[in-house]
Ligand binder design. Sequence first.
Ligand code: IVH
Length: 674
Amino acid sequence: MPSTIKEKIKQLRDTIRYHDRKYYVENNPEITDYEYDQLLKELQQLEKLHPEFVTPDSPTQRVSGEPLAQFPTIEHRIPMLSIDNTYSDEELREFDQRIKRMVEIETHQDIEYVVELKIDGVAITLWYENGLFARGATRGDGFKGDDVSANLKTIRQIPLKLEPIDKKPKVPSSIEIRGEIYLPNKEFQRLNEQREEEGEPQFANPRNAAAGSLKLLDPRITAQRRLRLFAYAIGYSEGLELKTHIQCLEFIRGFGLPVNPYTQLCKNIEEVIRYCNEWDKRRGELDYMVDGMVIKVNSLDLHDQLGATSKAPRWVISFKFQPEQAVTKIEEIVVQVGKTGTLTPVANLTPVLLAGTTVSRATLHNFDEIRRKDIREGDYVILQKAGEIIPQVVTVLKEKRKGTEIPFTEPSTCPECKEKVVRDNTEVYLRCHNPFCQAQVKRRIQYFAGRDAMDIEGLGPALVEQLVDKGFVKDYADIYYLRYEDLITLERMGEKSSQNLIHAIEESKHRDLDRLICALGILNVGSHTAEVLAERFDTLDKLANTTQEELEGIYEIGPVVAKSILRFFQNKHTQEIIKKLKAGGVNTKKLATQKSGKNPKISGKSFVVTGTLQKYSRKEAETLIKSLGGRVLSGVSKKTDYLVVGEEPGSKLDKARELNVHILDEMTFEKLIN
Ligand code: IVH
């Protein structure tokens, strides 16, 4: 037992740091977010009572201070140079030859390189003085950058104090660590969905979103963006005796900073080329954007000998991936109405293969974009997936126009309910404000039945369309009153599929509370916030009767989200629907928590195993997954969470890529289960 307050505080801080590392660096959390928040709250309370014990490296200091008016400028001790680019194997060989000439190594001798993924994010530098995080800055013009310390401190992967994990490396008196801040694709999508619901303009790609989030003047907002870091170099240091770049990375990793796991030491340039080409094909597997590879001479002695030009060091080069592009025709431009009424123009395309998937639709984002690019129905366009996940229309091939293309006119009324549409306060989006608009109703029902929500198998968009059009359901609660006799009358619904759907609906009544909360479609409440709310409130009634104050007291919930939750439950229409859900037998309580011993990354997730694994037979792997609470399926479908891939995988891998299923190689799988 800690005998003094001071010791108790220290113990809490150590525990929190331990869990930060488990979560953010090792990807292997041991406690729930709720439990983590409790630890943080306890520490906050103790520090409030005993301000004399507050230190700058306390986890409570991650989000602190008031919004800034502007960022101070920092001069870099060592300039943050850029990297020269190459685009082919040949250019990489030339790079290797050039180096050998400059340092007088014989052509046939090998130079060792470290090859890293080139993360498509924002370059930053982190200064530590006597082991404490002193400040951090963006690259800026390479010589001076913005001091974004307050924002960087909100990123839990960045230690506020350097502590060696296994007591080995000594903390240097002064060190500058460089790396890339990025936003995982999932977070990018979540952020854009949230912005769409709030009527804010969307970010074009994860890099812009990361840059925008890092440059916010209010660190409290940055804290919600869930930015991440990969550290890739030591910029400046005192008293270190490292000889190679790979040692530098090991050193950084030794202090718990995240270093990309796919970093590879290559014996010579041919190995480098093989590794680069491997990742050109594999980049789609990652949950973050990479725009190429970075190749660094391993020996630091050679770095010194090679030096730098005014633009870039000579010991490093990047191998840029080609953005994947395709040409296709815009068949028509349609306008979609989202579940909160936002109108989005979407292009229906002649199907075309792009980056491994067949693309037949592309979002055109908003009406200004159509005007700016002068996109017309019948146009041939270049489509691209580069820093974006969703294909973008890059340009119109105007030289291919025949004169029959039809310019697009912005709608003045909702394409569905014909109500007049309104430009929202950001002036970017058009919105339909009719809550009974059939399109919105349909989207809400689809969302309710969707995978993150009540997961009702078989209740897809086409069926929802029919159910609403025929008047069988007016809101999502009506789903629980559907009868077999109704379903069988619908198009493409036979006996078997009707029975299956009735069964799936029945089954969905027993979903856990977080899924139900998510399914309700409350503005600003997605699946993560829903989990947080379910942890806290146990029952839907308790949540429905909460207060603004109580909600804001929850670590991850701010005033905007709190307000939309309250507004949702105060709405008369909502209250009726909830009554109907309950009467229909839908569970509104938190189910008993899972038995311990289950792995939260695996539990409830569905897996398919394919190919030959090194360490396990297929059966063993499957038993292991089941014992950790996962489900094992035989074929890959949209519902598969993970495909575990061994040697010679076959067609399941292609299918998984096509469906964007998360693919795990044996090493990553191993990490997940441990
Ligand atoms: S090393 C002087 N390593 O790419 C060399 N940079 O195009 C310092 N980047 O500004 C950079 N991943 O923001 C390095 N593994 C990696 C990287 C990386 C992404 C970025 C970095 C740099 C830009 C140059």
